[in-house]
Design a binder for this molecule. Structure first.
Ligand code: KG4
Ligand code: ZN
Length: 343
């Protein structure tokens, strides 16, 4: 088989991503984001995101083609995220991908967004993806722990958040500290000047009783409430809020649970590899703690470059290309968008 030239479309949340790959060679990774339009709401508004994709997708496809210096008729296939994600947002990408494939007479491959995050690692030439691996995916929309035995066909969801996503928790805590949206980078910056041990915030779903049923699941809403209560008590007492210490202690609680559960999965399942993905991977403390504790546990830690960790079209194209090379049939034109698509 010749190495296929694939265009990937990603519209599951607020990033309009179009990537182009040839096999595992990254040729383009164009992104438009509607983040600014959501800022005043403090979170992604589904309807706003869907409309923004509609406007951004055409120009972003053109941008990717120019970046890769390829023309539409050279493409071998189109790949698109069909779920999970925001239903309306997904529909824009799925509709566009089908129209493009139909007009070009090329096949279309529907792919899973979470598996796409793992597929991003295929594009990292420094060290190509090895399996089995545990994958920890953390963003504003998801917090999932996966066991990847084989990227195509054998991915198991070990656990996920039962309430807020980790990035969402960062955004909400930033808001209550008076920091702007998106809150992750703000808290991360504020935390660098604080003491992570200043306040002992709760680690969700880590008590022995919780671990019986939720060993690999996450919960961040109790943590967010604990931070809110702590801050309110300070304010009620007329005392100032030590933002750096609160940010550092909160960040520590999130990172401790994320890394702890991911490495527990590695150890329980005898998998000596851990891959990180999602926008929260930008977190400085998460990267540091993951590096330290993985090294101590003898686990090989993989962190793709940040533009491949945040939502993007290149990871979708990479997974599409992998499906083609593995001999999978295309998806046809009758698949839908599934906001809760399982892996
Ligand atoms: O993957 P991503 O770009 O896309 C969406 O989920 O839409 O992730 C964005 C999320 C936001 O919640 C943002 O606050 C969080 O990732 N984030 C961070 C950091 N940078 C972005 N969270 C913690 N620390 C960071 N440095
Ligand atoms: Zn994502």
């Amino acid at each position: 088989r010749e190495t296929p030239l694939v265009l990937g479309i990603e519209t599951s949340c607020d990033e309009t991503g179009v990537g182009i790959v040839r096999g595992t060679d990254l040729l383009a990774n164009a992104i438009a984001s509607s983040m600014d339009e959501h800022a005043r709401y403090g979170g992604v508004v589904p309807e706003v995101a869907a409309r923004a994709h509609l406007e951004a997708l055409g120009p972003t496809i053109r941008e990717a083609l120019a970046e890769a210096s390829v023309s539409l008729d050279e493409l071998d296939a189109v790949a698109v995220t069909s779920g999970p994600g925001l239903a309306g947002a997904l529909m824009v990408g799925v509709g566009a991908a089908k129209a493009l494939a139909l007009s070009l007479g090329k096949p279309v491959y529907a792919v899973n967004h979470l598996v796409g995050h793992v597929g991003a690692d295929l594009l990292d030439d420094a060290a190509p993806l090895e399996t089995p691996t545990i994958a920890l995916l953390v963003s504003g929309g998801h917090t999932s722990l996966l066991l990847v035995r084989d990227l195509v066909g054998d991915v198991e969801m070990l656990g996920e958040t039962i309430d807020d996503a980790a990035g969402e928790a960062f955004d909400k805590v930033a808001r209550l500290l008076g920091l702007p949206y998106p809150g992750g980078p703000e808290i991360d910056r504020a935390a660098e000047g604080g003491d992570p041990e200043a306040i002992r915030f709760p680690r969700g779903l880590t008590r022995p009783k919780d671990l019986e049923r939720h060993r690999y699941d996450f919960s961040f809403s109790g943590l967010k409430t604990a931070v809110a209560r702590w801050v309110e008590q300070r304010r009620a007492a007329g005392e100032s809020v030590p933002v750096a210490d609160v940010a550092a202690s909160f960040r520590e609680a999130v990172v401790d649970v994320l890394v702890g559960k991911a490495l527990a999965a590695c150890s329980d399942l005898g998998v000596p590899r851990l891959l990180l993905g999602g926008g929260v991977v930008a977190n400085a403390r998460l990267r540091r703690v993951a590096e330290e504790r993985s090294a101590a546990a003898g686990v090989d830690l993989r962190i793709p470059p940040l533009p491949l960790c945040t939502d993007n079209g290149a990871m979708i194209a990479a997974l599409g290309s992998k499906l083609i090379m593995a001999g999978y049939e295309p998806s046809g034109l009758d698949f839908g968008a599934d906001s809760t698509l399982p892996v």
